[in-house]
Design a protein around this ligand. Sequence first.
Ligand code: OOG
Ligand code: MG
Length: 259
Amino acid sequence: MADIAAIAARLDAAAREARAIAQITGQEGELSLADAYAIQRAAIAHRLARGAALVGVKMGFTSEAKMVQMGLTDQIWGRLTSDMVVANGAAIDRARFIHPRVEPEVAVRLKAPLAGEVTREEALAAVDAVAAALEIIDSRYENFRFALGDVVADNASSSAFVVGPWLSATTDVADVAMAMRVDDVVVETGSSAAILGDPIRSLVAAARLAGAAGLTLQPGWTIMLGGATAAAAIGSARAVSLDAAHLGRVGFTIAGEAA
Ligand code: OOG
Ligand code: MG
């Protein structure tokens, strides 16, 4: 049995200090999924105790491109907290991150609670608004390498997220062309259709997976539905943007240097 409290404290410190740690599996044996999610919850509890609020949930490995890039095929989820929010167009401080990568995503904001087994129609009925979004992932493990248990414990690598202009819930998100730029170079292109064939399916999965862990998705929460393409390293870049057809544009700049 993993020492859940000790590993959670180590992951919380790694995120806070932007310092990579050795992966858990291998070193301390395997991590069951149940233990991994318990560690995630305990690590985020440290952040909540410092005053952050839970503001949503993120899905991971909902596209083939992401599964291939990281070599994992199970859908996972993580928690979004208020200290991860970056306003559209704002600057992030590079020193906050270890080896950040960015992904083009679709986000929804909820207006009603969602949990457990829901249909696509029920999921859509709970959506208040939709947007293009960018997720900054920053694995707390050395070399961005992990097994399934590690990444689940590490809050699915999530580090920050930026949401574009919120649009009506009736806006179609099923097949939105996306072009992501890092310092004005197009690094990834794709379609939101890569997210489980339809990003709303990822919302259905979020309700089921979070629900199974006893968590109800709440009105006002943002749900990040997963990367449509592989993630791109931010490196020493100064700007990232995503053009997502009728969903519009979302981006951020990067200030400072890696710590
Ligand atoms: C895990 C997070 C995956 C996504 O959108 O698929 C993810 C990782 O790749 O480090 O956020
Ligand atoms: Mg992601």
